[in-house]
Ligand binder design. Structure first.
Ligand code: PGA
Length: 255
């Protein structure tokens, strides 16, 4: 279902007390302050050891929902140090980030692995937030659309229509992540419209119209409104600004 949507990717940040304080503040502010109607879907994605504690503070309402940042592609077994999708689901996760550029880059996650992980996540009942995005080099070579088309085709479009309906897509230009350099709302809209067009071509117009597509990359309380006002931008995947309760809630209020 297409909906206004904001997910916070905490990455490898915060201790348990810090995570509890941040979560409580976000829950309280969202309780006290009006958001657009219907309320945007909010997801918090803490590191593994903090999931249970954050989940307890979020409660059972499903909004904010709990999400994870990663999992192993196999269902279970002798993979010391790894975490399975079913384990995440069993501790209350509804969403999981997949294909983030930091995992593609630093952990060599390629399209084939991501395709496998997508299946594993869906089988465990997790909704993937599937990330795509080009490097500065790719953008400057005018290859952005080809590159993202390829990421979508290889990593995502093997899914059935029913599977795709469980997926949120996030466009995160690598050059904008953590750099303070945001894509302009026009640059974001252009790529979002392209992604929606690719979904329409691979499935159909209805599936495309129902797909939630997020922007990520230095999105903050100052630029969120402009970005979210674009017709094909349904919300954001927020890194740095999701670690500050006031900033994160202002972003959620930007629809
Ligand atoms: P940023 O990160 O908001 O800190 O740029 C976004 C992300 O990596 O998801």
């Amino acid at each position: 279902m297409r909906q206004n949507f904001v997910a916070g990717n905490w990455k490898m940040n915060l201790t348990l007390p810090e995570a509890q304080a941040l979560t409580s503040e976000i829950v309280q502010m969202l309780h006290d302050e009006p958001t657009s109607v219907p309320a945007p879907q909010v997801v918090l994605c803490p590191p593994f050891p903090l999931l249970l504690a954050v989940g307890r503070l979020l409660g059972e309402s499903g909004n904010p929902a709990l999400g994870a940042q990663n999992f192993h592609e196999k269902e279970s077994g002798a993979y010391t140090g790894e975490v399975s999708a079913r384990q995440l689901h069993s501790v209350g996760c509804q969403y999981v980030i997949l294909g983030h550029s930091e995992r593609r880059q630093h952990f060599r996650e390629d399209d084939a692995l991501l395709a496998q992980k997508l299946k594993t996540a869906l089988a465990a009942g997790l909704k993937p937030i599937f990330c795509v995005g080009e490097s500065l080099e790719t953008r400057e070579a005018n290859e952005t659309f080809d590159f993202i088309g390829q990421q979508l085709a290889a990593g995502l479009f093997h899914s059935s229509k029913e599977e795709l309906s469980q997926v949120v897509i996030a466009y995160e230009p690598i050059w904008a992540i953590g750099t303070g350099r945001t894509a302009s709302s026009q640059q974001a809209q252009e790529v979002h419209a392209f992604i929606r067009g690719q979904v329409a071509a691979a499935y159909d117009a209805q599936v495309a119209a129902d797909t939630t597509i997020l922007y990520g990359g230095s999105c903050n309380a100052q630029n969120a409104r402009e970005l979210f006002s674009q017709p094909d931008v349904d919300g954001g995947l927020i890194g740095g600004a999701s670690l500050k309760s006031r900033d994160f809630v202002e972003i959620i209020k930007s629809f």
